[in-house]
Design a protein around this ligand. Sequence first.
Ligand code: TYM
Length: 334
Amino acid sequence: MNKDKKVLYSGMQATGNLTLGNYLGALKNWLTLGDEFDCFYMIADLHSLTVRQNPAEFRKRARQLFMIYIAAGLDPEKNCIYFQHMVPQHAELAWMLNCFTYMGELNRMTQFKDKSQKHADNINAGLFTYPVLMASDILLFQSDLVPVGIDQKQHLEITRDIAERVNSIYGDVFTVPEGYYPKVGAKIMSLQDPTKKMSKSDENVNASIYLMDDADTVVRKLKRAVTDSEGVIAYRPEQPGVNNLIDIYSACTGKTPEEALKDFEGQGYGQLKTGVAEAVNSILVPLQTRVKELEQDKTYIDSIIKNNAEKAQYYANKTVRKLQKKVGLIEMPR
Ligand code: TYM
């Protein structure tokens, strides 16, 4: 790729309901970082196949995720927002990179271990090679920066290792990407068990705030959020529940945790929870209104889905051809 600007790349899976963790750990940072980069934002629908999906539900969620990206403020004319499966080069590169990835490396992935435990009846090969597909996503676009939550760090590291391995054999094939993890919000915790990550797949709906939760639900879930018996609003690891609420408030308002503490000086947990709910709703309410508007405009959405997929294919193809040539695959005669 002829790069005028550096490339920013990220993506999300369209499985389950998107949570506030996804927004604060990833999407929000895409918005603030985006200006300086050429940006690619992908909907990781092939990754989602590692877990059985209900097809009708899956289609609906994937399309909604596309609209959430736009509703959050990503301009689809300036940024390339696309569905992974519409760019077949992801799977092509993933195959080649499988041949440069060791079983031992994949065995060490904590997400594989966690997901195998959760889905013991379906430990498929896709779950095992998931990080290789993710490496392909990132390397396909010669990405420089990948803003993600802290749970993706191990995947970023294996991506860098694979890129460096290929480069050391064939010369300069891939840009070696850097991860970007926000100072506040890189790991939003469950509202019901603040020692656990807030997760789309949590069975307890009160543990997560979903991006499409209405304002009253947000208030109710935050009222029920687990805190502690200390009764003091502080920002310290010994109070993980309160810590998490301060993190959410800070990430939503753009304030530092210290500034957040000042806002709640002399107040109790009830007031903290109300303040956090207001900060969350000030983001979610306009986001949901915009999603609903976009849902009405099928023709427009369809046209950008197509244009952006073609744009992504164009860049992706260059990288695939480059590696094919390097490894010695014969070019198809024109
Ligand atoms: P996924 O879909 O699980 O999550 C999407 C993004 O949200 C972040 N995140 C969180 N951040 C803070 N607190 C939380 N509780 C929280 N939960 C999730 C994740 O770190 C992520 O940034 N494998 C990826 C999707 C992917 C991808 C990629 C990402 C596929 N290819 C290429 C970047 C680049 C995943 O499952 O994310």
